[in-house]
Design a protein around this ligand. Structure first.
Ligand SMILES: Cc1ncc(COP(=O)(O)O)c(C=O)c1O
Length: 386
């Protein structure tokens, strides 16, 4: 009766079951997977959401790509990174996830493929399957830093329509480099592929010095950069994100004309958040600053604690909200994370969740409240070193 786009197995996995059981028992859990800034004690300025209730939000004037004022505010916000974006290239969506679904509708027929990085964001499996698109992984390889396997991308088959890049990547934290971008853009140009660059974490550089961002304005082939309020200003509950289209004018215009039909069919972005967009992007800088401070502080703490545990190592983190820790392979990653839940009441993501090429890795979020973070990380290292 049901579509094959939905996976046949819907039961929660062993880790999710263990966490549910622990939460039902009301035992406190140190959650090092927390990636929701509204639950991490980040300060939000008073009145930040006040414009959502303004009189202008009472009038409904639908625009497929979002109101001109909201799109102009997004374009203007790119200037803080020194980039000139035309508001006509900005498309508002309710989330980055929705942006992916629109771009797959735009670029792919059922059965076509998109190239996705591995390890990376686990949601790609569902985002592609729900659009009847195949996700074909290409490796990111670790040699002191994570780099794209461009030879593997070059071997991809005919059904490919687009290459996805996450920069900085979740969870490896790696930004695309200038050299990777020019080689990738060359391949895309040759094969007629579009480039989709998820830049939701681009505002959060850590080890990276002057990382490459705003890829849509640099690539020279049809490119879509994705970002949104969820990460840029720590407001995932407002459900507003954007696509910035870039590349040769004729291809960009053809893509936007088709995207407009998709956007007009759904009109998902609520009026109040569009009305508030200029204020949210301006006042939200304070939230971004608080998140930047938090992740830097926690990364320093993580490295300091790791120094006392030579069997473990924290991989370099160019940017983003998470860090990858290599731990001794004394048991499987699944056994390790289950033991951590049961014995220490610490929750971390296992590397296999992101398709790491081997064991043993755990991924920790850098967002949690600093005391909780330092305590849980100390106990984590103690546990895996034993
Ligand atoms: C790489 C990446 N892209 C997109 C998202 C989701 O963003 P949104 O809330 O705008 O859908 C996440 C969420 O963690 C993410 O890690």
């Amino acid at each position: 009766m049901f579509s094959r786009r939905i996976p046949p197995q819907l039961e929660p996995n062993a880790l999710a079951r263990a966490v549910d059981a622990l939460r039902e028992s009301a035992a406190p859990v140190a959650d090092l997977t927390e990636s929701n800034p509204t639950r991490a004690g980040i300060p939000y300025p008073d009145g930040l959401l006040a414009p959502l209730a303004g009189a202008a939000a009472l009038r409904y004037e639908p625009h497929p790509f979002g109101s001109p004022a909201a799109r102009a505010a997004v374009a203007l916000d790119q200037r803080r990174r020194g980039v000139d974006v035309d508001a006509s290239d900005v498309v508002l969506t309710a989330s980055t996830s929705e942006a992916y679904s629109w771009l797959f509708k735009l670029l792919c027929d059922p059965g076509d493929a998109v190239l996705v990085p591995s390890p990376s964001y686990p949601l790609f499996e569902h985002l592609t399957a729900l659009e009847a698109v195949q996700a074909t992984p290409y490796p990111l390889e670790y040699h002191g830093r994570w780099s794209m396997d461009l030879a593997a991308i070059g071997r991809a088959q005919d059904a490919v329509r687009a290459v996805l890049v996450v920069s900085p990547n979740n969870p490896t934290g790696s930004y695309i480099t200038g050299d990777e971008l020019s080689r990738l853009a060359h391949l895309c140009g040759e094969r007629g592929w579009a480039l989709i660059v998820d830049e939701v974490f681009a505002d959060y550089p850590l080890d990276a010095d002057a990382p490459l961002t705003d890829i849509a304005s640099r690539a020279g082939v049809l490119t879509f950069s994705l970002a949104g309020l969820s990460k840029s200003v720590g407001l995932p509950q407002l459900k507003a994100a954007w696509i910035i289209a870039g590349g040769p004018a004729a291809e960009r215009a053809a893509a936007l004309a088709r995207l407009e039909l998709i956007a007009d069919t759904y009109l998902p972005v609520a009026t109040p958040v569009q009305v508030a967009m200029p204020h949210l992007l301006e006042a939200g800088a304070a939230v971004r600053g608080a998140i930047q401070q938090r992740i830097r502080h926690n990364l320093d703490a993580l490295r300091t604690i790791a120094r006392g545990h030579p069997a473990c190592s924290v991989l370099p983190v160019e940017g983003g909200w998470s860090a990858v820790v290599r731990v001794p392979s004394t048991r499987s990653e699944e056994a390790l994370v289950l033991d951590l839940v049961h014995r220490e009441r610490i929750l971390v993501h296992p590397g296999y969740f992101f398709d790491f090429p081997g064991e043993s890795f755990v991924v920790v979020s850098l967002l949690p409240e600093p005391r909780l973070f330092a305590d849980a990380v100390s106990r984590l290292f103690q546990f895996v070193s034993c």
